[in-house]
Design a protein around this ligand. Structure first.
Ligand SMILES: Cc1cc2nc3c(=O)[nH]c(=O)nc-3n(C[C@H](O)[C@H](O)[C@H](O)COP(=O)(O)OP(=O)(O)OC[C@H]3O[C@@H](n4cnc5c(N)ncnc54)[C@H](O)[C@@H]3O)c2cc1C
Length: 326
């Protein structure tokens, strides 16, 4: 470990001021401290935001669900409103990490977590995300766990979060506060595709702090769930995953929300799948033809071709489970 300054703040204003001076936010510390230990990240100052009053889950007057940035993953997963209205969020959280980690880690930290690409975490490997211009060791290296969607010449690392896939499916927004005040951005604009600048991972402005993730009020009943396929049944990141939510009225799918994880450089929304479902009646044939659209545009690497078929099957299976024809 290297020397750094630690400061604990008690208001968002104090937090922003400390971040403007170059401080780096830390919430549960389960990502940042690991990366500091490996010297992948070397902040001079760490700003502990864990005492800020951002731990509430509330329903707004417009029926939106607002999850505070400092709500712990375990608390969000256990929350009665989350479980009743958005099982897809509770499922995604419960299938993440381990019980110990979920008791420390926060929602804001989760969506900001960095890739698990081994080359990113290996200081001796070429990585454009860690050190722009050095190359991408994963492209020619062992890339079984890497992305097949949203990849670029510069980077093929996946975004590892599970709950971010549920947020992408549900068209969530990210609430922010920063030196210029508050703003809200759609989840789809929050995490950035790598392109030629994979070191730029999100659209937060300097010193901006996530205050909450907001889920819009979808028509009810909204059936939903999350399926995660991985090498072992616990404590493992997704090879593929699917978040699905559906509103079915009079036997017709009126709303379909679908996103995939483990396959994209960002949580991967699947609008072509959604469009294929809306206006149709649930059937096994419909799930299969919709899921086939999930793999449009995939660009597999030497060791992850298997993810193309696995993604299709994951989406199909989860559509069947949520759509109720299993
Ligand atoms: C062994 C292991 C297995 C894991 N498995 C999974 C898994 O299966 N699925 C999964 O989804 N995740 C998994 N994780 C990741 C885990 O969920 C994240 O480490 C955790 O959610 C990060 O939250 P935190 O509060 O600890 O973030 P921190 O480590 O405190 O912060 C992470 C990043 O977010 C920034 N940040 C934190 N809060 C804010 C905020 N409010 N505003 C702006 N920036 C902020 C920090 O500056 C930092 O860059 C795993 C982690 C480990 C160590």
């Amino acid at each position: 470990m290297f020397p750094f300054t630690y400061t604990k703040v008690s208001s968002t204003r104090e937090a922003i001021t400390a971040a403007q001076r170059g401080g780096r936010y830390v919430a549960g510390g389960t990502t940042l401290v690991d990366l500091m230990r490996e010297t992948v990240e070397r902040p001079d100052t760490v700003v502990d935001i864990s005492a800020l009053p951002l731990r509430e889950i509330t329903t707004t007057s417009r029926g939106e669900l607002r999850i505070g940035a400092l709500v712990r993953m375990a608390d969000a997963a256990a929350d009665p409103t989350v479980r009743a209205r958005y099982p897809v969020i509770a499922d995604a959280l419960e299938l993440s990490a381990s019980a110990q980690l979920r008791n420390m880690a926060t929602i804001g930290g989760n969506v900001m977590q960095r890739t698990r690409c081994t080359y990113f975490r290996d200081m001796s490997a070429a990585c454009n995300k860690r050190q722009p211009g050095t190359g991408c060791a994963a492209r020619e290296g062992f890339n079984r766990s890497h992305a097949i969607l949203g990849v670029s010449e510069a980077c093929v690392a996946t975004h590892p979060s599970d709950v971010a896939v549920a947020f992408a499916a549900l068209d969530a927004s990210i609430d922010l506060i920063g030196p210029d005040g508050v703003r809200r951005i759609p989840f789809a604009e929050f995490l950035l595709l790598p392109g030629s600048t994979p070191n730029r991972e999100h659209s937060l402005r300097p010193a901006e702090l996530i205050t909450a993730v907001t889920i819009p009020a979808h028509p009810r009943p909204l059936r939903s769930g999350y399926l995660k396929v991985r090498d072992r049944q616990s404590y493992e990141f997704a090879l593929t995953s699917a978040a699905v939510a559906m509103h079915v009225q009079a036997g017709v799918i009126r709303i379909a929300k679908v996103a995939a994880g483990g396959v994209g450089t960002v949580p991967w929304k699947l609008p072509a799948v959604e469009r294929h479902l809306v206006g149709q009646r649930p059937s096994d044939r419909l799930w299969a033809t919709a899921a086939a659209k999930a793999v449009d545009g995939t660009q597999p690497l030497a060791h992850n071709e298997f993810k193309v078929e696995l993604l299709k099957r994951t989406v199909e299976r989860q559509l069947r489970i949520v759509g109720g024809t299993r």
